[in-house]
Design a protein around this ligand. Sequence first.
Ligand code: KIV
Ligand code: NA
Length: 265
Amino acid sequence: SRRVTVHDIAAATERGEKWPMLTAYDAMTASVFDEAGIPVMLVGDSMGNCHLGYETTVPVTMDEMAMLSAAVVRGTKRALIVADLPFGAYQEGPVQALRNATRLVKDAGVGAVKLEGGERSHEQIRLLVEAGIPVMGHIGLTPQSVNAMGYRVQGRGEEAAQQLLRDAKAVQDAGAFAVVLELVPAELAAEVTRCLHIPTVGIGAGPDTDAQVLVWTDMAGLTGGKVPRFSKQYADLRQVLGHAVRSYAEEVVGGTFPQPEHTFH
Ligand code: KIV
Ligand code: NA
């Protein structure tokens, strides 16, 4: 069976169906999400925090993104795989953006890329789309700009709300097939969703966007430490995994693993 395409995504939104997106960073967990029917997976630069042990997304490199994107593509059969362009991979301009996006499409095999910024990124989005690479935009809180903006709710106040609407329209006009709205007031996310014809994908943006996205380690309870209030925890993998590892360690120390059934003679 073929993969989900950007056309399937547009059609689902057209029919009024909400769709779930999840991040993925490796083949094995991505295969679980694929079998569970997640239609769109994001190889997010949140891999910096969730997978590579960085403090922010800022240090993530193209090599890291290409390697983990290829793994997620190999681990999946159905989902549309979207890869983030990491910080520094598109800020120089459209030609740099095209070179790096092309690498993710050709070498890693992703079906689309995502990059941050509305008006400031519209030339990059346009060139990629003209080259035949589907692009997902990302506005509101843009974590690659953490050093300038911090981590706080965006689009509060009339001026900031108007700017967010302009950014959303710039992303759509440049030809993006969808746009992430991160950490914006629910009322504003609803207004952006009404104003656009492309699907909006919310994270910390309330219930009225066309789709939702969560960081998988947050929603599955694997993340250690603080998790954002907007992320619901659907499982406690950290506890499950910790318990399994402690049991294994105890049995090795106590001499009760391995048993005869694990042993060859
Ligand atoms: O990198 C990421 O996980 C993201 C989502 C939160 C949208 O960009
Ligand atoms: Na990201």
